[in-house]
Every structure is written in structure tokens, then in C-alpha cells.
Write a protein that binds this ligand. Structure first.
Ligand code: F6R
Ligand code: MN
Length: 188
């Protein structure tokens, strides 16, 4: 059996020869924010978040685990915080751990009945995301929000449900504080 070189998670950065990086810019988030017109006015090449991930086995391997670090920039589109796309897992019952490395935010969780809740993210907070829960993170602070994730290698991503239906509420800044608002409440 060949031994593998260990990856490094050092000074909050995932390092190693096999780390895969993915960046998401404002131009990639068309239609995700309530104030789409405001998103269009912003710099399209502005980085919103990037993910460094370690995939020690092929995607789809039953029993395998993936590890990733997401760095979500601070920022707003209208009254809405910069956030990740959010997704259910393709194998919907697959769970995941998130934990906060630095910064402040909210983890937004929504089940298939579109019931929604939030969990506060702060350095050291550990979040168990049960299966059948769409998950998205919003950066509610003024600095970088960085969080780790560990999920099953066969979980996959269902982005299309959120792309077409959205979450049932959005995390908005109201009187300086993060509040979940439905689109109906925003329209008032
Ligand atoms: C993996 C996972 C995270 C996210 C990352 C970016 O299952 O939940 O690694 O993929 O935080 O968010 P999305 O994928 O929603 O763009
Ligand atoms: Mn996930």
C-alpha cells in the first residue's frame, strides 16, 4: 500500500498539492439577491467567496469524506449580505459539518417544507447540518468569514432547487442587525 503525503491545514489555510480551488464572483450570482439591479451595478469581477477543497477519493465514493475551507468576503447587495449559493445535497439525506474559523455570520438552514432557521457563526462554533437541509452562509461581519466543512464524498450538490425556488427567506440588514425576511416582507 502506498502511503499518502498528508495535507496541511495550517494558519487557517488548507495547503497541499492536491487542493482544488473554486472562486465565485458577483457575476456568477445573477438572480440570487432580491435587489438584482443593485448586483448588476456592482463590480462583476468582485470575488464573493472561494473554496479550497481536498478530495482524497473520487466524487460519489460511498463512505469517503471531503474536506473544504470557504472564505466568504464581507459585503452587501442592497440590504442583503454576501452569501454562498446554498444547496441541498444530491443524495439528500447526506449530512455535513461546518465550523467557523474566523469572522461572523449566520448559517441558514431550510428543509424540504421550506421551514427555515439560522445559527450564529462565530470563531469556534460547530454546526451539524442534518440531511435534507439546504444550507447557505451569509457574512454579517465587516471582515472575512472563513469556515471549514466536512461532508460525504457521495453527497453531491443539488443547486437547481435553490436556483429556481430560492430560500423561503433572505438574511437582510435591518437597523444594523441581520433579520430573515421573506420576499413579501421585503416588498412592503
Ligand atoms: C459542501 C459544502 C461547502 C460549500 C461551500 C460553498 O457540501 O456545503 O463546501 O460547497 O461553502 O457553498 P455553495 O456550494 O453553496 O456555493
Ligand atoms: Mn453541503
Amino acid at each position: 500500500m502506498n502511503s499518502q503525503l498528508p495535507q496541511l491545514f495550517k494558519e487557517n489555510i488548507l495547503q497541499g498539492t492536491t487542493i482544488v480551488q473554486k472562486q465565485t464572483y458577483l457575476k456568477d450570482l445573477k438572480g440570487f439577491f432580491y435587489h438584482e439591479a443593485e448586483r448588476e451595478l456592482l463590480l462583476q469581477n468582485q470575488l464573493v467567496y472561494e473554496v479550497d477543497a481536498y478530495f482524497p477519493v473520487s466524487a460519489g465514493t460511498e463512505g469517503g469524506l471531503f474536506f473544504g475551507v470557504t472564505r466568504l468576503q464581507p459585503g452587501m447587495v442592497g440590504n442583503e449580505y454576501f452569501m454562498t449559493r446554498g444547496h441541498f445535497h444530491a443524495i439528500a439525506n447526506r449530512a455535513e459539518y461546518y465550523w467557523t474559523i474566523e469572522g461572523h455570520g449566520q448559517l441558514i438552514l431550510m428543509n424540504h417544507e421550506r421551514e427555515i432557521c439560522i445559527e450564529e457563526m462565530q470563531p469556534g462554533s460547530l454546526h451539524y447540518i442534518p440531511g435534507h437541509m439546504a444550507h447557505r452562509v451569509a457574512n454579517t461581519g465587516n471582515s472575512l468569514l472563513s469556515f471549514g466543512a466536512c461532508w460525504p464524498a457521495d453527497a453531491g450538490y443539488d443547486y437547481t432547487t435553490i436556483e429556481s425556488e430560492g430560500f423561503s427567506a433572505r438574511l437582510c440588514k435591518v437597523n444594523g442587525l441581520p433579520v430573515l425576511l421573506t420576499d413579501e416582507q421585503q416588498a412592503l
